[in-house]
Ligand binder design. Sequence first.
Ligand SMILES: O=P(O)(O)OC[C@H]1O[C@H](OP(=O)(O)OP(=O)(O)O)[C@H](O)[C@@H]1O
Ligand SMILES: NC(=O)CC[C@H](N)C(=O)O
Ligand SMILES: [Mg+2]
Length: 507
Amino acid sequence: MCGIIGIVSTSHVNQLLYDALTVLQHRGQDAAGIVTFEDERFYLRKDNGLVRDVFHTRHMHRLVGNVGIGHVRYPTAGSASSAEAQPFYVNSPYGITLAHNGNLTNSDELSTDLFRTDLRHINTNSDSEVLLNVFAHELQKLGKLHPTKDDIFAAVRSVHERCRGAYAVIAMVTGYGIVGFRDPNGIRPICYGVRLASDGRKEYMIASESVALGASGFTLVRDIAPGEAVYIETDGTFHSEQCAKQPKLYPCIFEHVYFARPDSIMDKVSVYKARLRMGETLADKVLKDFADHDIDVVMPIPDTSRTSAMQMAHRLGVKFREGFIKNRYIGRTFIMPGQTMRKKSVRQKLNPIDLEFRGKNVMLVDDSIVRGTTCKEIVQMARDAGARKVYFASAAPPVRYPNVYGIDMPSAKELIAHDRTVEEIRELIGADWLLYQNLEDLITSVSDVNNDIDGWECSVFTGEYVTGDIDRAYLDRLDGQRNDATRSGAVTSDTENGSIDMHNDED
Ligand SMILES: O=P(O)(O)OC[C@H]1O[C@H](OP(=O)(O)OP(=O)(O)O)[C@H](O)[C@@H]1O
Ligand SMILES: NC(=O)CC[C@H](N)C(=O)O
Ligand SMILES: [Mg+2]
């Protein structure tokens, strides 16, 4: 679940891009990159690490220009090598750089076609490099020395015809402008905003989440529609066009459960409000199934579940307490690479306040249970802290199926709820009672404001994939390539081996 940013401004964009990427850091902690453009040259800096570690003052000084794009990465394809940090670059036509959030489901086939038919070389295993080359090839085919907006939109139309899966994209066509587009199912989020420069000219920002706009003084205009492309020329001229034949809006519901920041609005739905409603429906489920419950206190598992837990407590009329304190210097554990690192980080990240547990029946609330890494540790910590009974509630239904659209859950076997009943999961995590949100209730929580939403991409709960191209063979292949065991034997970091890349800049 990466974060992407693009800006067309009337002054240098380096600091704006940097600031916006820090606001989107929760979407990807593994790598970061920025590319800017000035005087027929682009300037690129990307590497593994957090935004604050990748960009030093000496890099920022060299990222000159009024137009640029940026990316924070959470790998869901290829490897974690810094050579796959984004934006990616291709020199022909015009010089194009691209930042992608999502996952292509026909990347292997496209890669073969690009090599055999389009005569293009792909240098990494990243699906995003494939996507860039498809876009570049389709633009090149038009054979124009100076591409018009119609050429840009024609290329996006062809991308939609060739690419499958999830993609929210921002590309920079060197010397011309930036283009943002979204797959025809609108699985991944992308929106744009505007602000006025001191001389009255319009400046634009395209971003994964609206929170990045607000933090930089841009006002949200709207989401980019599924299949739509927006093209902003370097002088600030704005164009948009629908480029898909039959667009439908099926946004990823997991953005609202976990990924997005609560202060974002996605497809007109407030993430914060959605999480409040998830807490209400969870409380209603408690009251319906166990009206005479003996919960003394409701506690969130920081951070993401706080909003739902607070509202659940409120609805139940039970005390809300922060029993676990989060070490603010440890990142999100779920998006860390490798199970060993995730497991170790839960204990480093969360520490119990024993007094809040002693002799109490505690209801611990998390936004979701995926591999079960967090809840297993937390239930034990609550018991060690002296809780009498430990109940556990998940604001999302059981996660039973892999994700193929940009969330790194490639292997069903690694999911604690896969092929298990709720009772079996309860036993495994050691809770006295385990409560999951119903899928209908989750959908109701996110649904009540936008009638344009045709449905939700809920495959991790249902095993139904909205792009219609996912079969057993695909899932088996994905599992084989990306499960934890396979990856723990692979090179996941460049620190030992050193990074070899085409665009290595000096550090
Ligand atoms: O069952 P698991 O595999 O452990 O995954 C689920 C947990 O991971 C996430 O937390 P994370 O620490 O990533 O981020 P947060 O601080 O935003 O809650 C999520 O909020 C759950 O707590
Ligand atoms: N999480 C994402 O959106 C990842 C984008 C792309 N598939 C990558 O692995 O770099
Ligand atoms: Mg969490």
